[in-house]
Every structure is written in structure tokens, then in C-alpha cells.
Design a protein around this ligand. Structure first.
Ligand code: NAD
Length: 331
């Protein structure tokens, strides 16, 4: 067998190791594991590797990419789907080829539906009361999903799976995307964004973070929404102007929110912050509200998805090194 190809995996978690070990042999790789997220502090760990794999929480800014380039790194494969942490233009100018991961869309789609059900049935309030031995009923009345109009923003892989899941409940489903998908039209109707915002009982976000989607939910769009609207965000925190969301929740114009991602999550979500001070007012406010279910960016986190993510990362590196391109290359 030919000599193993050395690559470095940053932000390598213990729960990924079974998958890494499996694919390391299959793809004839020699994987160096670095537990830390990629940053200027640890970038030198990539010395001797032509390719590195990272997660969405790694710093892939121009400065870090320049440092990788100086070490001879030519390929960077993210094990995450969202790649807004990578300076794509800087990578291009440094001739570093990059890729992202595609994995089971069901992990996030299931989670988005769970958040919607939790909000619709006031589950958080019920659970908090149970802890205090308050088993009373007033205030817990919910809504049935079949009576809801659901607005899906972004009808890509996750958005389409969400639509199929909602169709099982008998909801009316409307959607918006800059590109319409023919196949999904049998489950839903495409509408303009403005119509969706004005007519949805539940708005669920499934677009990537781009300049064009930054703060797409803001003070103006919230003002147009139905009173009592429920907003679900399992995509990226920056899609929502969090200050405007908090205002909407406080004024009760927004009925409830289910948030797996938050603008200010960096350095907090995926860390155990119990023993360190946390100076994040937005999280403190959102956690105090009974009509907000806040989870720490783990919608992706299933056994299936982790295996798919690791495979995508290392398989892209193996493809890049052999052929200078990869199935999920970002061009
Ligand atoms: P995808 O690329 O398959 O779909 C994205 C869709 O958004 C596409 O159909 C695209 O046309 C549409 N879009 C792009 N710009 C738009 C705009 N301005 N307005 C409306 N639609 C627009 O991606 P996906 O696999 O469905 O993932 C969506 C996002 O979910 C990812 O980019 C990532 O940020 C997020 N995500 C979050 C988690 C989590 O754990 N919470 C996990 C995976 C993915």
C-alpha cells in the first residue's frame, strides 16, 4: 500500500474519533488530531500537512489562512455545512481550495420541528412548572399544527426536509427562496418574502448566512408579522437582528421563539461555561423569557450526522490531494 497521506483535524472531538479512525484506514490517511479550534495560536499544528479539516467554530480568517499557506497547506475541508467562518476570497487569493460538508438534513429538520412543537404546546412553561411541583393547567393551552400556516425561508436540503415533515401534520406551507425547487412544490406554495412574513403563524429559517441574508429578520419585517408569530432559527444567528427579536418578544408581538443559534454564540455555545463568568446580556434575557426555547447549536448533533460530517471532511481531503478537486468544493 502507498504511504499514508498526513492531514490535520482541528477541533477534533472525542465523539468523532470512531468515525475518524474508520475512514483513516479506508482512505489511507494519517490524521493528526488537534482538540483546539483552529486559530492563530494553534495553526502551527498543521505543519507537514497538505490538507486540514475544520469545523464551523474554527477561525478561518485571512490571517489564519495566510499562516496555513505559509506552512504549505493547500486544502481546507470543513466538516460543517455552514462556511461563513471561512474567508472564501482570502482562500482563493492564497490558492487554498476549500469544501464544506453535506450530511443528513434530517438532523436539523427534526430539531426545527421539535422546537416548533415545543413552542406550540408551551412545553418549556410546563416543564418549569413541573420542577416546582406546579401541575396546574391555566396558561398551558396550545395550538394544533394542522391549523398553522408555516413559512419556510430557504428551501434547500434542510428546508425541503422541514417542508416534508410539516406536510405530515397537515399544515398550510408557504415558502420563499431565491431559487425555486420544482420537486418540493407538491408540498408547498412559493410566495414573495413579504407575503410569507405577513401571513405565517410559524416562520422557520433555513438559509445560509450571506451578506444578502444578514438580519433578514429585523425590526421592519417583525412589524409586518402576525401578532403571536413563532420564529424558529436553526440556521445561523446573524439571520436575525437579536435586539429587534428581543423587543418583539417583550412586546408580545412575537409569540415565541425557538433558537438553536444566536448572533453572540461564538466562544459560548459548545463550551462548558459553568465555572467562568459569562457576560452575555442577550443570552441572559432570552433564557429568562418563558416563551423562548434556547438551545446551544446542537441541531446537527446526531450519530448519523457526525459520521457523515467526518466522512465529508476527510474524504474531501483525500479527493483534493489525489485530483485537486472535491465533490463539495466551494468555488
Ligand atoms: P442548502 O445550501 O441546501 O440550502 C440553502 C438554501 O437557501 C438554498 O436553496 C438557497 O437558494 C437559499 N438561499 C440562499 N440565499 C437566499 C436568500 N437571500 N433568500 C432566500 N433563500 C436563500 O443548505 P442546507 O443544507 O439546507 O443548510 C442551510 C443552513 O443551515 C446552512 O447554511 C447552515 O448555516 C445551517 N445549519 C445549521 C445547523 C445547526 O446545527 N443548527 C446544521 C447544519 C446547517
Amino acid at each position: 500500500m502507498s504511504e499514508k497521506i498526513k492531514v490535520t483535524a482541528f477541533a477534533s472531538r472525542p465523539d468523532e474519533r470512531v468515525s475518524f479512525n474508520k475512514f483513516e484506514d479506508q482512505l489511507n490517511l494519517d490524521i493528526k488530531h488537534v482538540n483546539n479550534q483552529l486559530s492563530l495560536d494553534v495553526v502551527n499544528e498543521a505543519a507537514g500537512s497538505e490538507g486540514v479539516t475544520v469545523l464551523g467554530n474554527c477561525d478561518c480568517s485571512r490571517a489564519v489562512l495566510e499562516a496555513l499557506s505559509k506552512l504549505g497547506v493547500k486544502y481546507l475541508a470543513s466538516r460543517s455545512a455552514g462556511y461563513n467562518n471561512i474567508d472564501v476570497e482570502a482562500a482563493k487569493s492564497l490558492n487554498i481550495k476549500i469544501s464544506n460538508a453535506q450530511y443528513s438534513p434530517n438532523c436539523v429538520a427534526d430539531f426545527a420541528i421539535m422546537l416548533a412543537l415545543m413552542l406550540n404546546r408551551k412545553v418549556l412553561t410546563g416543564l418549569k412548572r413541573n420542577i416546582a411541583n406546579d401541575f396546574s393547567l391555566p396558561g398551558l393551552q396550545g395550538h394544533e399544527m394542522k391549523n398553522m400556516t408555516v413559512g419556510v425561508i430557504g428551501t434547500g436540503r434542510i428546508g425541503q426536509t422541514v417542508i416534508k415533515n410539516y406536510s405530515g401534520f397537515g399544515c398550510k406551507i408557504i415558502g420563499y427562496d431565491i431559487y425555486e425547487n420544482e420537486e418540493i412544490k407538491k408540498y408547498m406554495t412559493y410566495v414573495e418574502l413579504d407575503y410569507l412574513v405577513k401571513n405565517s403563524d410559524i416562520i422557520t429559517l433555513h438559509t445560509p448566512l450571506f451578506d444578502s441574508t444578514y438580519h433578514m429578520i429585523n425590526k421592519d419585517s417583525i412589524a409586518k408579522m402576525k401578532k403571536g408569530v413563532k420564529i424558529i432559527n436553526t440556521a445561523r444567528g446573524e439571520l436575525i437582528d437579536t435586539e429587534a427579536l428581543i423587543e418583539g418578544l417583550k412586546s408580545k408581538h412575537i409569540g415565541a421563539a425557538g433558537l438553536d443559534v444566536l448572533e453572540s454564540e461564538k466562544g459560548i455555545f459548545h463550551s462548558d461555561c459553568r465555572m467562568k463568568g459569562m457576560n452575555n446580556q442577550q443570552i441572559a434575557i432570552l433564557k429568562a423569557l418563558d416563551n423562548v426555547v434556547l438551545t446551544n447549536h446542537f441541531a446537527f448533533y446526531t450519530d448519523q450526522a457526525v459520521d457523515d460530517m467526518v466522512y465529508c471532511g476527510v474524504n474531501s481531503l483525500a479527493q483534493f490531494i489525489k485530483t485537486d478537486t472535491a465533490d463539495f468544493e466551494i468555488k
